[in-house]
Structure formats: C-alpha cells, structure tokens
Design a protein around this ligand. Structure first.
Ligand SMILES: CSC[C@H]1O[C@@H](n2cnc3c(O)ncnc32)[C@H](O)[C@@H]1O
Ligand SMILES: [Zn+2]
Length: 436
C-alpha cells in the first residue's frame, strides 16, 4: 500500500480529545488507514512527516464563501450590507470576467491551504473556472452558481435559476469526485417565490442540496414578515426549502419557532461571525441552535466582508461573539467551535472529512505548537480556538495528497498567484469605475 505516516505528535480525535497518536494515510484510497500508537505499517510508510511538537487536526471546512471575492478584499469596507452590496459590490461584480473569477479562486485556494482549510462551499459565478482551480489545487469543494432574480424580467430570471441547476448537474462529481454541488438561489428576498420553488424542484430532480443566504439582517427579515405575515423560515418551509442536506448561510435573526423548524427539518446553518460583525448584521443565536441539535458549521463569507479566509480567526470570533450573544461566558465553548469548523462543516455540506478516524477521508492539517503565543500548552483545544493562527499550520493534506509540506505549497505557486491576482484586481476596479 502507498502510505503516508504522520508520526510523533498528537491528534485531535472525533470525541474532542487530543491524544498522542500517529496517523497512517492510505494515499491511493485517500483515506485514513489507522490512528493510534504502535500502528502496523507506520515504519514501512512510503513517506513520513514528523509531527513532533505538533497536533494533527482534521482539515478545516469553510462552509460558506464567495472565494473569488478575494479580488475585492479591502475594496469596500465599513458599510452596512444593503448599501455595501447594491452600491459597492454588485457594480464591480458586473465587470468580472471568468478569468478574474479563476484568478480570485486561485488566490483564495492559496490562502485556505496555507491556513489548514481543505474544503469549502462556494456560491458565485463561472463556477466551472472555480472547479478547475479546485481540481488543480487538490482541494475538496461544494460549488454552485448563485442566482438572483430581482430586477430581472421573467426570461432572465428563469435563465439564472436554470443556470444554477445546470451548473450543479454538470459539475457534480468533478475533480475525481472531490467536487459536489448545490443549487444556490442567493436569498429569500433576492429571488422571487416562483423562482425559489423552481430552484427547489430543480435541486430535487438532480438530487443535490439547496444553499442560500437566510435571516442575515433585520432589513432582510422585515419585508418577509410585513408582506407575508410569517417568519422567513416559515416561508422557506412553505416553498419546500427546509430539508435534510440543505444548508443556509448566516441565520442571524431567527426566533424560537424558526430554530425549531431548522432542527425538525435537519437544515443546517453556516455561521459567519466575522462578516456578521463587520457588516453589523447582528449576532447569531449559536448556542440556542446547538441546544436543539441544529448542525452549525462555520464560514468566512467572502474576503470583502471578513477580510480573510482564515478559519482560525473565524473560530476565535465564533467563540467570542457566541458568548456575547448568549450573555454567558460558558456559551459556545472551544470544543463546540472546533466541531463547527470540522465534523459539523463536513456534515452540513454532506462531504467526506472532518474526523480523524480509520476509514475517514485523509483531509488533515498539521499545526505547529512550538511558538511563543502557544506557550505553555495547558490545553490544546483551547489553543486551537483562541490562540492558533492560520500561519501556524505547517502541512496540509487533502484526500491523502500533501498540498503544503513544511509551509511550501505543492500544487499552486503563491508568488505567481499573488502577482496575477493583484494585476487582475487593479484592472477590474479600473474597468468597473470606468477609468479605462
Ligand atoms: C449571486 S452570487 C453570490 C452573491 O452574494 C454576494 N454576497 C457576498 N457576501 C454576501 C452576504 O454577506 N450576504 C449576501 N450576499 C453576499 C456576492 O457579492 C455575490 O453577488
Ligand atoms: Zn455570503
């Protein structure tokens, strides 16, 4: 068997404990062959990575982003969601080319691999170009075309929903099965009811989930309540969008009835704390969601509202804001947050990974604990959520393949990617602002 052994360090196990353990990876199958001490085959492994002084964790799962928005990092800050989207972001996005989207996705992939993320969910445009980056980078992803129907005539609105279904059907299973897909209507307010129903039907026809933004701001919730006399999650239930396997981004402004509807239906929430704080959208009731058994994953949202794709930052933010939201320092503890960024992320997306155990996908990150800000190491779980930075990740492995070894990327060239991304971003803004 062609194997990779991670030896001499600790590992984060599915029960939330950190143990001294080696991890043996079956590189052909892309799975974990064994975990523990004295494992057969470790000494004969094809390749060995010494993890002394490190902890091996599951590759992190960024369950909601718009990866190519890396090109808009720092372009429009300090503005609330509605104004930000309508006056700043959408006019620039209108000038995006498929090449821009591919370059932005490469930049996002470099950033995520360097900070231990192996898997992401992406809602954007030209997803075939994002898929080609995922394939080359060696990552795992769930991709979908984001459809918006407001402000469009019937033909254009229907075409956008149809594109979301077609893209999901065509890309599902790409990159040797590492890419899965969803139908992605943008939100409950930017897609009209009849088109939302078509999206739900289209997703069912091709057996993929639905992903959308929901209950992100009060300005998004109020019109639904005023026009329909029901809460957004009751509306979503009525159109058939609440279902096992579906996952909604944000879920900031949810009442108790809506939280119960999510739990009963098996619909997951992707918590995006940095974006929610930066756009002053509000504080999601994360502990309340966890208490009733809703699967809560973690996402960065796009780099324009974050402004990075580092899930270690996001874990710290989730723990901090979860306590403020609950008015309880014991709420959203470190072990819950780590689960959100790993196993719950994989579960929400219906993808492999998120757990270090025999037979699970070999999606792993090796975190170097030998640093002043991680000394002393009383509690590794605490460090992973509150003190580790993305730059502490030394090695990243996805599907058994090493994507970063000793902080050197193996599948992408970061210098070239950054150079191309800077040039593409400058051209994009010049085009959008009419300077060329
Ligand atoms: C239609 S593709 C996705 C669409 O979503 C926009 N977007 C980025 N961040 C957010 C957010 O926090 N809430 C709603 N929409 C967001 C992105 O710019 C694309 O236009
Ligand atoms: Zn988003």
């Amino acid at each position: 068997m062609d194997t990779l052994a991670l030896t001499g360090g600790k590992a984060l196990l599915p029960d939330g404990t950190v143990e001294t353990a080696d991890v043996l990876v079956d590189r052909e199958g892309g799975t974990i062959a064994a975990v523990g001490g004295d494992i057969d085959g470790v000494n004969e492994a094809t390749e060995t990575i010494d993890t002394t002084g490190c902890v091996v964790i599951p590759g992190l799962v960024n369950a909601h982003t718009h990866v190519s928005m890396t090109l808009l990092r720092g372009y429009a800050d300090d503005t609330p969601l509605e104004t930000w989207l309508r006056e700043e972001i959408w006019p620039v996005e209108a000038a995006l080319t498929p090449d821009d989207i591919e370059i932005g996705a490469e930049l996002g992939a470099v950033e995520m691999i360097r900070s231990g993320t192996t898997t992401f969910a992406d809602m954007y445009f030209s997803e075939d170009r994002v898929a080609s980056v995922v394939d080359r980078a060696g990552m795992r992803a769930l991709l979908g075309h984001g459809a918006v129907t407001i402000g469009k005539d019937e033909a254009a609105a229907r075409a956008d929903i149809e594109e979301s279904v077609t893209v999901a059907a065509e890309l599902d299973g790409a990159a040797d099965g590492r890419i899965r897909t969803a139908v992605m209507p943008h939100s409950l307010t930017t897609v009209g009811e009849r088109y939302l129903r078509e999206a739900v039907e289209g997703a069912a026809d091709i057996d993929v989930p639905i992903h959308l933004h929901a209950n992100e701001t009060v300005d998004e919730v109020d019109p639904i309540v005023e026009e329909r006399g029901i809460r957004p999650m009751e509306y979503a239930e009525g159109i058939g969008a609440l279902a096992e396997g579906n996952f909604f981004a944000h879920g900031v402004h949810l009442d108790a009835t809506e939280i119960d509807l999510l739990a009963e239906s098996g619909t997951s929430i992707v918590h995006c704390p940095a974006s929610n704080m930066k756009l002053a959208s509000g504080m999601a009731p994360v502990q309340d969601l966890l208490d009733v058994g809703v699967t809560v994953a973690l996402g960065t949202d796009g780099a324009a509202s974050n402004n990075d794709l580092d899930l270690f930052d996001e874990m710290r933010d989730a723990a901090m804001v979860g306590k403020i939201a609950a008015g309880d320092a014991a709420a959203v503890p470190a072990e819950s947050v780590l689960r959100m960024a790993t196993a719950a992320g994989a579960d929400a997306l219906g993808l492999p990974g998120g757990r270090i155990a025999e037979g699970e996908a070999a999606d792993l990150a090796v975190v170097d604990l030998d640093a002043p800000h991680l000394t002393p190491a009383h509690d590794v779980i605490s460090h992973l959520v509150y003190a580790v930075r993305g730059s502490d990740v030394r090695d990243t492995i996805c599907n058994g393949r090493v994507l970063m070894r000793d902080r050197e990327l193996t599948t992408l060239d970061p210098d070239r990617v950054m150079e191309r991304a800077s040039a593409a971003a400058a051209d994009l803004i010049a085009r959008a602002e009419g300077d060329t």
